[in-house]
Ligand binder design. Structure first.
Ligand code: PLP
Length: 389
């Protein structure tokens, strides 16, 4: 007799164990909707962890991937490539930055940013923020604040990271000195609980970095490409960083990260990646960025996010301590634990994220329609009024 194992049984048997999985098997997506293996539909207010800016199976991204897959999937950056050149030009158009290092994830973009900052300045010190999240590889996790993520690996993580309080310029003033290669900061702390930066804090950091010769690096991996209602989160503060990092939705769901900066190139051989800048990911990124630009994604996000935020604030249930957000990154700080709320939302056909133990994080695709935004607000408010928290 052959025993057929289910998807969950096979995954549970072989997974690393690092993920606390929800009991749901997703098999398909289109727009803002994903479906499970029983055919149930869910409004995806996770965007596949902030990646699906254009929703799922966006036709332009699908067509670009399919065409490129039949043309040239892989070609390392030791050779030139037409798609990569096109992407560089498009990124330059959108970000204004001159130089890019292309890689395959957010954490890799942070690793690249750390190395490039040290190469460009000849300094080693890094200033990051408490409550920050910059990734899980050894360099990036050294920047990341959460001790549960960082401390088990200390000794391997880079020396010389000073963590300052977010939105606290006095702390920054004390920490940034002649050994500081870079200050690394999120324009809105996403994983850390959805805390937008005070624009005056970002402007103050800009001034301190300029005065003391340190680079200002904004981690735009979760907030970039329209999420906050501007192309980049730092634009809310009207500043110009020295470097930004990108990831998540950059290539419409195909893994890709990027470091962008101005000024001089780094020396040959000081960094690299086999898959970085591969034609498949570049084609997907060209299609995604073009679609985001054609949709006026930042403007649309500001409008729909504002509507969602107003609804949630106007009707704020007693179980909610505070509603924070910018564009389509919204955090509801609850008086109780968030896990039961996530479960209740899922039972009502909405998938959402957490940001810590008490913050419900809504991170829907930027193509969310008015009707979907209303359904999301209605369901969240209904669940929070039921006081499942
Ligand atoms: N930086 C920020 C702000 C993030 O939100 C994330 C992921 O959530 C990362 C870095 C790490 O990206 P990745 O998971 O692609 O390595």
């Amino acid at each position: 007799m052959t025993l057929t194992l289910t998807t969950t049984q096979i995954e549970d048997q072989h997974t690393s164990g690092t993920y606390s999985k929800r009991p749901l098997t997703l098999v398909r997506g289109a727009g803002c909707t994903v479906w499970d293996d029983a055919g149930n539909a869910y409004l995806d207010a996770t965007s596949g962890m902030g990646v699906a800016l254009l929703g799922h199976a966006h036709p332009a991204v699908v067509a670009a991937i399919s065409a490129q897959a039949a043309t040239l999937i892989t070609s390392a950056e030791i050779f030139y490539n037409d798609r990569r050149a096109e992407l560089y030009a498009l990124l330059h158009d959108i970000t204004g930055f001159e130089r890019y290092f292309l890689c395959n994830s957010g954490t890799e973009a942070m690793e690249g940013a750390l190395k490039i900052a040290r190469l460009l300045t000849g300094r080693r010190g890094i200033v990051a923020a408490k409550r920050s999240f910059h990734g899980r590889t050894l360099g990036a996790v050294g920047l990341t604040w959460n001790p549960a993520y960082r401390e088990p690996f200390e000794g391997w993580t880079p020396e010389g990271v000073t963590h300052i309080a977010y939105n606290n310029l006095a702390d920054a003033d004390a920490a940034i000195n002649e050994n500081t290669a870079a200050v690394v900061i999120e324009a809105v702390q996403g994983e850390g609980g959805v805390y937008p930066a005070d624009p005056a804090f970002l402007r103050g950091l800009r001034d301190l970095c300029t005065q003391r010769g340190a680079l200002l690096i904004i981690d735009e991996i979760q907030m970039g490409l329209g999420r906050t209602g501007r192309w980049f989160g730092y634009q809310h503060a009207e500043i110009q960083p020295d470097m930004i990092t990108l990831g998540k939705g950059l290539a419409g769901g195909v893994p890709m990260g990027a470091v962008a900066w101005n000024g001089r190139q780094i020396e040959a051989g000081t960094h690299g990646s086999t898959f970085g800048g591969n034609p498949l990911a570049c084609a997907a990124a060209i299609a995604s960025l073009t679609a985001l630009r054609d949709l006026n994604a930042p403007e649309r996000t500001a409008q729909i996010g504002g509507r969602l935020l107003d609804r949630l604030r106007a009707d704020q249930p007693a179980s909610v301590r505070e509603v924070r957000g910018l564009g389509l990154i919204i955090g509801l700080e609850l008086k109780g634990r968030v896990t039961p709320v996530i479960q209740a939302l899922q039972a009502r056909g909405v998938l959402a994220l957490v940001a810590g133990k008490t913050v419900l994080r809504l991170l829907p695709p930027l193509i969310l329609t008015d009707e979907e935004a209303d359904r999301l607000a209605d369901t969240v408010l209904e669940v929070l009024r039921d006081d499942v928290a």
